[in-house]
Write a protein that binds this ligand. Structure first.
Ligand SMILES: Nc1ncnc2c1ncn2[C@@H]1O[C@H](COP(=O)(O)OP(=O)(O)OP(=O)(O)O)[C@@H](O)[C@H]1O
Ligand SMILES: Nc1ncnc2c1ncn2[C@@H]1O[C@H](COP(=O)(O)OP(=O)(O)OP(=O)(O)O)[C@@H](O)[C@H]1O
Ligand SMILES: [Mg+2]
Ligand SMILES: [Mg+2]
Lengths: 158, 158, 158, 158
C-alpha cells in the first residue's frame, strides 16, 4: 500500500483546497515559519482519528475549522482526504467536521465508522500513533521514553 | 507470540546497531529485553556507546545525539514493519552539518523502498528531494507555491 | 510596589510590541495584566497578532513563531532589567532564514550594550560573532579548538 | 557588572581545564553534536546553585564529575569559576564538588555560602533562574507558560 495523494480544505490554515501528489521517494515540504507545514501533519493525524487535542495543538474540537482572515470568512467544514494505492486499486479515506459539531468518516466515498478505518489500515503501518509520523520536536522523545513505552512500540511492530 | 517477539527483537537489535554505527560513525547500539523478566512482560532497554566515550546514560546525551538515536530507531523499525508513508517534521533541527549529511544518506538509501514526507528548513535536505512543495501564508490562508531549487541558493524561501 | 509594577508593565508592553513588530515584520504584540484582578495579584496575558492573521491563541502558533515570541520577550526584559550576560543555546533551531536574519539584526543592535553567549550550528550567526570558540570532543574530553571562519564556508565544523 | 571569564575543569565532559575569555558583544560557541556546548550552560547554572538534577540533565549529584574515558580516569572534583568586572574591580565566584560529596562555594577566593553568592548577585540580573539563561529547547517555553508564571518573571524584573 502506498500513499499517492493528500487533499485538505477548511482544516486549520488551509482555507482553500490544496492537493499534494505524493510520489515514491523523498517529498520535501518547505516554507517560512507559520506558513502551515505542521498543520499538514495535524491533518494526517486528525484524518486517522486522533482525538487528543494536545497532539493536534488545539484546545477545542472546533479549532480544526479555518478561522477566517481579512479576505475570507470562517470555514463551514474541515475536510481531509488521503488516497492510497494497493495492487492497482485506489483506496480513499476522508474525514469531515462540520460547524454543527458532526464528524463523518468516509471509506472509498461511503460513510464509515472510525473502527472500519482502523481495521482497514491495521497492520499496514498506517495510523495516528504509528512510529512513522514524527511531529515537530518529537524526534528525541524516544530517548526520553521509558522501557515500557519502548516495549509497546516494538510489540506493535511484531 | 513469544517466539515472534524474540525474533522481532533480534532483528530490531541488528538493525538498530547498524543504524547507530552509520549515524554516529563507529558508535555501537543495542536494544534488548530487560534481564529477569518473562519476554512477554519485559520492558526494552536501549544502550548506546559513542566513539571515544564510555557507555552512556541516555539522559546525558546532547540534543543532537538524542535526535540521531530517534532517527536510528525509526529506520530500524522501517525494515521490520514498513509503513505506507513516513512524515518527518523538522527532525534535523538539532543536527550539525555532519549529522545532517548522514541523515540525508540514510533517507536517500531508503527512499527507494519507502515514501518520506520531510518538512525542513535545511537547504541540503531540500536539494535531495524528488518532489518539492513550497507552502506560504497569503492573507491568513496556507497555499502551495511552486518552488525553484535555484531560489534556495540565496536561501530566500518566501 | 504597586506603582512600580504598573510602570514596569507599561515599559515592558512598549518594548514587547516593538520587538514583535521587528521580529514578525508588521505584527503587533501586547502584554497586560488580566482584567478584574488587583495589580499585585493579577496574572500577565500575552497577545500577538501576526500580519494577515486574526488575533491568535498562542497554543496554535508554529514552532518558529513560538521561538520568535520567546526571543521578543527576552529582548523586552533586557532593556528594563539588564543582565551581566546572556546565554542563548540554539534558540535559532526552529527559525527559517528570514526569521534568523531578523534575530541576528536584533543581536547585533543590542550587542553594543550587552554580552551574549550564543550556541548555534547556523553559519550566518557564527559569521556575526565578535569572538568565536570551537568545541570538540577528543577521546571523550571536551576541548577548545581555534576556529577559522573560512572553515565554515564548506561547513565542516569538526 | 560584566562577565569577563569562565573556567571549567572536571565538570561533565570538561575533563581538562578550559578557559573562555568573554568580551563584550557576541561570543559564539560552535561545534559538532555532543561536543560539550550545552554542558557549558549546565556549568553556569550549577555554579549559581542550581539543585534540580532535571535542569542539569543529571540523575544524581555525582553526575557532575567527569566520568573518564579510554585515556583519562574519572575526575576527583568538578570546578567552575566565573569572573566578573565592576567599576574596575574583579569579583570571582567558584563552586567545587568533590567525589566525597562535599560542595564548596568561594567568593573572591574565600569560602562562602550559596546565600552569600545569591545576595551578591541579587538585582544584577545574574542567577540560575534568571530570564537571561535560555537552555537548549527552552526558547518556546514562555509561550507555553501560564499567565501566573509570566507574572513572576515580570515581578523579578520590577
Ligand atoms: N483553525 C485555524 N484557522 C486558521 N489558521 C490557523 C488555524 N489553526 C492554526 N492556524 C495558523 O497556522 C499557523 C501555524 O502553522 P504551522 O504550525 O503549520 O506552521 P509551520 O509552517 O509548521 O511553521 P514552522 O516552520 O515555524 O514550524 C499559525 O500561525 C496559526 O495562526
Ligand atoms: N559527567 C560526564 N563526564 C563525561 N562526559 C559527559 C558527562 N556528562 C555528560 N557527558 C557527555 O557530554 C555529551 C553531551 O554534551 P552536550 O549536551 O554539551 O553536547 P552539545 O555540544 O550541546 O551537542 P548538541 O549540538 O547536539 O546540542 C554527551 O555525549 C555525554 O556523554
Ligand atoms: Mg512546524
Ligand atoms: Mg546542545
Amino acid at each position: 500500500m502506498r500513499l499517492v495523494r493528500l487533499e485538505i480544505e477548511g482544516f486549520k490554515s488551509f482555507g482553500t483546497h490544496v492537493s499534494f501528489e505524493i510520489k515514491n521517494g523523498i517529498v520535501s515540504i518547505v516554507g517560512p515559519n507559520g506558513s502551515g507545514k505542521s498543520n499538514i501533519v495535524d491533518a494526517i493525524r486528525w484524518l486517522f482519528g486522533e482525538r487528543a487535542n494536545s497532539k493536534l495543538r488545539m484546545s477545542e474540537t472546533a479549532d480544526v475549522l479555518y478561522f477566517g482572515s481579512n479576505s475570507m470568512k470562517r470555514a463551514e467544514r474541515a475536510w481531509v482526504k488521503a488516497v492510497f494505492e494497493e495492487d492497482g486499486k485506489e483506496i480513499s479515506v476522508e474525514r469531515i467536521y462540520q460547524s454543527d459539531g458532526k464528524n463523518t468518516y468516509l471509506l472509498n466515498g461511503a460513510v464509515a465508522r472510525l473502527k472500519d478505518v482502523e481495521e482497514l489500515f491495521f497492520g499496514t503501518g498506517t495510523g495516528k500513533d504509528f512510529y512513522s509520523i514524527v511531529g515537530q520536536g518529537e524526534i528525541s522523545n524516544l530517548v526520553n521514553s521509558s522501557p515500557i513505552q519502548i516495549k509497546s512500540l516494538v510489540e506493535e511492530a511484531a | 507470540a513469544r517466539k515472534r517477539l524474540i525474533s522481532t527483537m533480534e532483528l530490531l537489535n541488528e538493525n538498530f546497531s547498524r543504524m547507530i554505527s552509520v549515524l554516529f560513525s563507529e558508535g555501537t547500539g543495542m536494544m534488548s529485553f530487560t534481564e529477569g523478566f518473562d519476554i512477554l512482560d519485559a520492558p526494552v532497554e536501549i544502550n548506546v556507546k559513542l566513539p571515544g566515550k564510555k557507555i552512556q546514560k541516555l539522559y546525558t546525551m546532547s540534543g543532537g545525539e538524542k535526535s540521531l538515536v530517534g532517527i536510528a530507531f525509526i529506520f530500524s523499525l522501517l525494515m521490520i514493519n514498513p509503513s505506507s508513508f513516513y512524515v518527518l517534521d523538522e527532525v534535523d533541527a538539532a543536527l550539525d552539518d555532519f549529522s545532517t549529511q548522514r541523515f540525508i544518506n540514510l533517507l536517500e538509501e531508503y527512499s527507494k523502498v519507502a515514501t518520506f514526507i520531510v518538512i525542513t528548513h535545511n537547504k541540503f535536505i531540500m536539494e535531495r528531494a524528488d518532489t518539492l512543495y513550497g507552502i506560504t501564508m497569503m492573507d491568513g490562508v496556507s497555499t502551495i507555491i511552486p518552488v525553484e531549487l535555484s531560489e534556495f541558493s540565496d536561501s530566500k524561501v518566501e
